[in-house]
Design a protein around this ligand. Structure first.
Ligand code: KG4
Ligand code: ZN
Length: 345
């Protein structure tokens, strides 16, 4: 692996955040030179979920100005960039296409190497990023187990080196973040309701309702959250008119069930894989109860992203691109690369 520092311009547009970052990285040190995000949440909230066509149109409107801003904030020009990276998948096809095609075009125009990145591998490395304008030294300790919990994904992996990882299990139905959002909707907390649900749960009784812990004892590393969501629905119907206390208690009991299953499976995987540490990443890793439980219970060093990088962001795409580049997994015929909405790990 090369020790040379690379300046990476990365673009992430897989869902509803347009993000660009410039990251300077070597295998020993990482510095985020700029990191910009335009979130579309307010626009999609009016529809109660992400509208793919609207998302793609928003990306195409904001991406070029964000690239210019990101370079300006980093104090750099295109000529200074060593590598251009973009998310290739998984995600919404129209959204992915905007970022990928713009990044490929820039790489071709400026004769830079180009690196397509799997969005999930971006999340997998998000914990190593320092806050924008900060620098951090790196000392990676393998293997580590990584739980990716976001609005679209719940995946448990073991990471054996910067270029080697193995999928241990995943959700069989809803993603953890999706379950948070659906239950939040049932409780009248808006969209995306995960953060609001977390805030209400902090005031509730975690034992008020005995919700199921799906697949807790299944003996594998898969998850299932749709039955838990249905259990909350039945409880809401049984209660009739919900008062504030009901909402707090339902939120707390639901959150406790989800976190218990997520952590139990992660600990089991960490033990079985003789992991040296445990990473928990993705939108749901912003959840305060999850973070607190991890810090209190875990016997492994915990790798958590800064809150700036729990959601979708381009800095994590730059980090994943760096490892691929260092492992010489560069894409030479990149002009023919297409967006892949179902790109597997
Ligand atoms: O990683 P992310 O921004 O986008 C995807 O790749 O899906 O994750 C978004 C998800 C949403 O479902 C959101 O409700 C959830 O992460 N989320 C949370 C919290 N903050 C975001 N869920 C629970 N508690 C939170 N504090
Ligand atoms: Zn994501």
């Amino acid at each position: 692996m090369t020790e040379t520092e690379k300046k990476i311009l990365a673009i992430e547009t897989s869902c509803d955040e347009t993000s660009v970052a410039v990251v300077q990285m070597s295998s020993a040190r990482v510095r985020v030179l700029s990191h910009v995000v335009n979130s579309q949440i307010v626009i999609h909230a009016a529809y109660g979920g992400v509208v793919p066509e609207v998302a793609a149109r928003q990306h195409s409107r904001h991406l070029i100005p964000l690239i210019e801003r990101s370079l300006r904030e980093a104090g750099l020009q295109m000529a200074d960039i060593d590598l251009i990276a973009a998310t290739q998948g998984p995600g919404l096809v129209g959204s992915l296409m905007v970022g990928l095609e713009v990044a490929k075009t820039l790489a071709w125009l400026h004769r830079k190497p180009f690196m397509p990145v799997n969005h999930l591998l971006g999340h997998m490395w998000s914990w190593l990023l320092p806050q924008p304008l900060q620098s951090q030294s790196l000392s990676l300790d393998f293997p580590f187990v990584c739980l990716i919990v976001s609005g679209g994904h719940t995946e448990l992996l073991v990471v054996e080196s910067t270029g080697r990882y193995r999928l241990l299990g995943r959700t069989l139905d809803d993603a953890a973040g999706e379950a948070f959002d659906k239950v939040a909707k049932l409780l009248g907390l808006g969209y995306p309701g995960g953060p609001a649900l977390g805030r209400r749960a902090a005031h509730g009784d975690r034992t008020a309702f005995a919700f199921p812990r799906p697949l807790l004892h299944s003996g594998d590393y898969n998850f299932s959250f749709s039955g838990l969501k249905t259990a909350v629905l039945y409880q809401v119907r049984a209660l009739g008119q919900l008062n504030d206390q009901h909402v707090d208690d339902l939120a707390a009991s639901f959150e406790t069930a989800v976190v218990e299953v997520l952590l139990a499976k992660s600990y089991a995987a960490a033990t079985a894989c003789r992991a040296h540490s445990l990473a928990v990443v993705g939108g749901v890793s912003a959840n305060q109860y999850l973070r607190g439980q991890l810090q209190d219970q875990s016997t492994w060093p915990i790798l958590l992203p800064e809150l700036t990088y729990t959601g979708d962001n381009a800095a994590m795409i730059a980090a994943a691109a760096y490892w691929q580049y260092a492992d010489r997994r560069s894409a030479s015929q990149f002009l023919s690369l297409a967006a892949r909405p179902n790109l597997p790990l």
